[in-house]
Design a protein around this ligand. Structure first.
Ligand code: SF4
Length: 483
């Protein structure tokens, strides 16, 4: 795969008609990397779309039974929305197939970098393939098997009738009628290890007799082996990829990636007052920010990372610069910090700081997490569900569950990616805008007023006010960079 400017894409489009044969099936094992030039803009957008897709696959896999109608409908709609092949039957979906192919290989590069990333990627790709394979018609399934060299021999009707009793007793989940309708395949034992181990298949003369309905297990097993090997190989070639200065930032961004809106762009500036923060931290902050807020209130101090993360979060929920100055100043004066050192590099943090956040679901000892949740009055059944999700390493889903329990909703209806997203959704759920406005007009109005007055320089000595603000900003920077 080469990377290029937009011109190469035009050339590629002209050749598109000739290259349809590159993707004879909407489904693939991604055995060969793309050989065409990929414009950098496309490179990034393809990768982000696939990441979105895999995150949806992860969420659905935890929230729904994989074979259920809801799972399939939701996944199909996501594939359709992101313009990946969503119906194996669609004939003319060359662009979608190409996007599928290229984006898989880009994420392979980004997600081969550590054991955790590899495991996550493998799991989501397997689930995606399982869904797509099961959506194929019988004849397309057969074609695909041949295409990936898994062309197992179907046994004859005569042989099936001869073995009917053995097949019936050794193949769970099939009534006699269904068994008679199913095609059975002779599969080498090495390809049917999982079915064999689970005692779900009839074995004779070194072959497993696998019904069509279980062929997906074989296909997935085969795919898993191939993809794990490929990821290990890609990881070995990382040093050369990492030396590409155009590629490396993109790849590392993707593997930490967060794919929602940019919350560093303030939309709600000035809509909340400092007096509201304590109440909001209980109602609308995700657990990570609730803890930081509490630690700050209790100790009047946060360590460097915490200050950065919490500062950025507060900015994202709409604190103005003046409010931020006042907020941190009050806390640190209480904490006997030299007032000159009150600082804030409020405008320069990037969201990457926040994705490296210490997530309490991920980093807390389960027993401590349990106690914390109990102290927040989360019901025992909810705590059990959260701890189960944590055990399965589904930290964001644990956070979503926490949201459901604290907002009394059955389904959050969004896929969580960012602490500020949590806040925004919470406010929406609680009728946020309205509620905030009401609170503002009652109690916090004075705060709001003073902020807008400040920003309009109603201070009697505007010049000295500016100078003070400048000095404070300089000091803030120092504060935020010390530990
Ligand atoms: Fe915070 Fe994200 Fe963890 Fe939720 S999942 S507690 S928002 S870091």
């Amino acid at each position: 795969m080469e990377f290029s400017s937009g011109r190469a894409r035009q050339k590629h489009s002209r050749l598109g008609g000739d290259r349809r044969e590159l993707y004879p099936h909407s489904l693939q094992f991604y055995l060969e990397p793309p050989t065409e030039n990929v414009p950098l803009v496309e490179f990034e957008s393809f990768a982000i779309d696939r990441l979105k897709l895999l995150k949806v696959v992860e969420n659905l896999g935890v929230s729904y039974v994989r074979s259920s109608e809801s799972y399939r409908t939701k996944l199909e709609s996501e594939l359709r929305k992101l313009k990946f092949p969503y119906r194996a039957l669609a004939e003319d979906d060359y662009e979608a197939r190409r996007k599928d192919h290229i984006s898989h290989f880009i994420l392979r590069l980004a997600y081969c970098q550590s054991e955790d990333l590899r495991r996550w990627f493998l799991q989501q790709e397997m689930d995606l393939l399982r869904y797509r394979f099961n959506e194929l018609t019988d004849s397309l399934r057969q074609k695909f098997l041949e295409h990936v060299n898994l062309s197992f021999e179907a046994i004859s009707e005569d042989l099936k009738n001869e073995l009917v009793n053995e097949l019936y007793t050794s193949t769970p989940g099939l009534t006699m009628t269904k068994l008679k309708e199913q095609m059975f395949y002779k599969v080498g034992l090495a390809d049917a290890v999982d079915l064999f181990r689970a005692r779900r298949v009839f074995i004779k003369d070194g072959f497993a007799f696998v019904p069509l309905k279980d062929i997906d297990a074989i296909v997935l097993n085969n795919y898993r082996t191939k993809l794990s090997k490929a990821l290990a190989l890609t990881a070995r070639s990382l040093p050369s990829i990492q030396s590409d200065e155009r590629l490396q930032p993109l790849l590392s961004h993707l593997s930490h990636s967060y794919v929602g809106p940019d919350y560093s762009v303030q939309k709600n500036t000035g809509k909340i007052s400092l007096e509201q923060i304590d109440a909001l931290s209980v109602k609308s902050f995700p657990l990570c920010m609730r803890q930081l807020h509490k630690a700050l209130r209790d100790n009047h101090h946060l360590r460097h990372g915490g200050r950065m993360q919490y500062g950025l979060f507060l900015k994202g929920i709409g604190l103005t610069l003046e409010q931020a100055l006042e907020f941190w100043k009050k806390e640190f004066i209480r904490g006997k910090v030299d007032a000159d050192k009150i600082g804030n590099n409020y405008t320069v943090l990037c969201y990457q700081s926040i994705v490296k956040i210490r997530c309490p679901f991920r980093h807390s000892d389960p027993e401590l997490l349990k106690q914390k949740l109990q102290s927040y009055k989360i019901p025992p059944s909810g705590i059990t569900q959260i701890l189960e999700l944590v055990k399965g390493m589904h930290y964001q889903l644990a956070c979503q569950k926490y949201f459901e329990l604290t907002h009394d909703v059955d389904d959050v209806g969004f896929s969580l990616n960012h602490p500020n997203q949590y806040f925004a959704e919470s406010q929406r759920q609680l009728g946020g805008g309205r509620e905030l406005k009401k609170e503002l007009s009652n109690s916090g109005n004075s705060q709001q007023k003073s902020n807008s007055q400040e920003s309009m320089n109603s201070n009697s000595t505007p010049t000295s006010s500016n100078t003070t603000a400048d000095a404070e900003l300089e000091g803030l920077e120092a504060y935020f960079t010390e530990d």
